[in-house]
Design a protein around this ligand. Sequence first.
Ligand code: ARG
Ligand code: ASP
Length: 712
Amino acid sequence: MKKSIKFILTGVLALAGMTARADEGMWLPSLISQRIVDMQEKGFKLSAEDIYSINQASLKDAVVLFGRGCTGELISPEGLLLTNHHCGYSQIQQHSSVEHDYLKDGFWAMSREEELPNKGLTVSFLERMDDVTEYVLKGYTPDMTEEQRVELVKKNSQALIEEATKEGNGLRATVEALYYGNQYFLFLYREYADVRLVGAPPSSIGKFGGDTDNWMWPRHTGDFSMFRIYADKDNNPAPYSKDNVPYKPKKYFHISTKGVQEGDFTFIYGFPGSTKEYIHSEGVRYIEEIGDPHKINLRTLRLDIMNKYQSQSQKVRIQYSSKNANVSNAWKKWQGEVKGIKKMKTVQTKQEFEKAFDRWAKGGEFDGVIGKLAALYAELEPYQFATDYYAETVRTVEVANVAMSVARLFLSGHEDGLVTFDQEKAKELLDAFYKDWYLPIDKESFVAVMNEYEKNVPADFKPSYYKEKLASYGSIEAWAEDMFTNSIFIDQAKAEALTAADKDAVMNDPAVEFFNEFLKWYATDIQPVTTRINRELDLAYRDYMRGQMVYCRTQRVPKAFYPDANLTLRVAYGHIKGYSPADGTYYLPSSTIKGIMEKDNPEIFDYNIPQRLRDIYAAKDYGRWADATGEVPVCFIATNHTTGGNSGSPVINADGDLIGLNFDRVWEGTMSDIVFDPEICRNIALDVRYVLFTIEKIGGASYLFDEMTFAE
Ligand code: ARG
Ligand code: ASP
């Protein structure tokens, strides 16, 4: 056993050190010494210890996981934090109303007292990360089943987590698998829960171009917002209190306003969420031919409905702004991803690789793994399809979701038949729900997606509840009519007046029944099968992952190996570079305020900029923020390998100073979660000079500069 772990580790580590293809890869900061020479050859001037150290303050101490899916960075010794506008979007929205529309007008705290607290928002600093493979697999023997191994990993991980967090103080630990469980790391975080909104530009800057420009280059979005972390008087995490004081970071970024040039070294430090770089061709084929196209279609229907009602009412526009952005974001990304996978011929390339691998593997440790993966994918496909459809239809019905959440608050189980109901919790859920709910959108969406469900999901993969109900209603439309007329939950006053005595009424409510019956069906007919197949896939992938490493090393196939993203801290490095999206076209790597004016159009919501910006442009009142061409720089692109979760990540130059804020990728390169093309894949960043320009000239909040440090 000992020996096999040793082998795995030496193998993995040695291979991770291999030369990567240009700029591909998301590297573990604690192992960055394996990449540092390459980084330095490409221009980086600092050391591995400057990036990650557990003995001294390093750049990692200035980077946080923001909320549950973004990155942020510290830019002052007083806890000032920079992230994207779209990362702070739901907070900005929560503080907005028709009277104080911070989404529309922007928000700037003019003093610490005006900073706005945000319930539920946390930021996490990584204290340290350690390879714990040996501990996690302690007690493992090769005769164990995958189930037993999963149990063992869970138990050992739990023990490690308890040990690591026993001193309390906001410490949070997770154990994460890398390379499909060939390696395990413990991540120890310090989590702060008092994070206040300091400022945000109006959406006409922070979301300029809206969903029309989302995932696109050239781009002109000022996608930033600012927060401040608060701590107790000992600088430790504490829940919100007016007595808390600004957090004093171990490290914060100095800001470089020197500007960027094509070819300059850049590095991104952040929390990429999820990639699948090593999957079998069948996994890719499903995404390209089945999963993505169906999901795209369902979301097109929902978006059309939302857009229609949002354009008719300012209230509805605010209510659905955040929901719309979420639905639209993946919808558009999937479209780019499908195109990219096709263009790269990824399925075909992978098939060829698999064929060669399979030949090589005959008679050895990895014999048969390719066939095994293909067979498992074939078995999984109909179940995956049913799961995808369920997620994008039934589970998107808003009123059914909230109805189910309230239904869960009834507790029986006492012998005397007593029922309790957490009325306070229900009120909280319902208040939040009705603030942003518009019945006609929900009802029309129900009709649209459930009709697709009826049309596209095979009968064997539909619950009998559904089939019977549909037969009795006669149509999806009639079903919608019943649910959206007779459910308790379409009426806020009725829903908020529910008591423990109403349990039966709630359980028989058409919205609750709808959600619950599907849930039960999914839990009994689908999930057990997908769980089993996915476990077998995990096992096969663990071998295949190792196999790919050994194969590429011994057969001299040049390939970079880095662990797939899993929302843990990573380093990606590259350089500023344009690209050619199509024949005859070349995109420059940076954009300026001139492009904003070219897009400006008061008639189009996404392109209607603040009058103030037009005036500034007319007067060329740029202050110190113009570049050598006399314009204010806005965005730039680079070859850094990033993904969802990297939004808000600091873009750092060769000296370790902040030059920008990552927020997106180019549409033609969105297949980078599956296959990275160095010619096309680009991350999109906001130039820090546009951030500063906006704070000063639009926000009138240049007092914030006093606490920042500007690099020479
Ligand atoms: N595409 C970027 C990312 O994936 C920005 C998203 C902002 N949302 C939007 N719908 N415009 O997060
Ligand atoms: N916009 C993404 C995010 O929110 C970043 C990306 O997918 O490139 O993390």
